[in-house]
Design a protein around this ligand. Sequence first.
Ligand code: HEM
Length: 207
Amino acid sequence: MGLSQALREATMAVHERAHHSTYMAALLGGELPVEAYTLLAEQYLGIYGALEAKAAELAADPVAGPFVIDELHRVPALEQDVAALGGSVAAPRLLPETEAYAARLREADAARFVAHHYTRYLGDLAGGQVVGKLLEKTYGITGPGALFYDFSALGSPSRFRVRYRALLDEAPWDEIEQRRVCDEAVRAFELNIAVLEGMATTTRIAA
Ligand code: HEM
């Protein structure tokens, strides 16, 4: 089985749990003030800041290097979004769960970096597009404020996902290393769920 299929299967159950985040449901249901999304955008700035700093560090790595794709990088868009939404770019209000996630990213090696890279960017290119459209519909947020969801520089998201899965399947990892990538992807989902639960608590949404 290729790594792309192994990752999909290894993360299916935890992905299902991520779907049921009370914060995401309240946000997408329009039950929260826009400020509740601004705080999430600030968490993303912390997460992508660490992920893309690691990308810069591993750009020359023979295995991780091919995954360092500038058009995927979100920090430039997130800085504009947070500023447009009235948040702080210079000092984003990071939750403890986000700090823990960023710390895990900072200590990642090539295999773990790719696991986090897959979890965030392939998620943004799939379910994330749904979130982007609902933000526009529910809160009227388009352009600066929602640039995070704009991957037009990549061309068609579905064609890119095919290319991305081929990159995963071509990565020269043996079974043990592939297992480590899958385990870290599950950990990455758990870290994302913890951030969404932290958001639910901070924005006082009943569980
Ligand atoms: C409201 C929450 C969410 C919704 C509605 C959602 C929805 C989806 C959908 C429809 C797909 C495409 C499935 C397919 O290609 O068959 C997908 C894929 C994916 N999602 Fe989510 N998702 C959500 C939350 C998350 C979260 C929190 C993460 C991780 C941070 C995530 C990561 C992924 C990944 C990595 C994929 C690609 C799976 C693969 O093809 O290997 N999703 N999501």
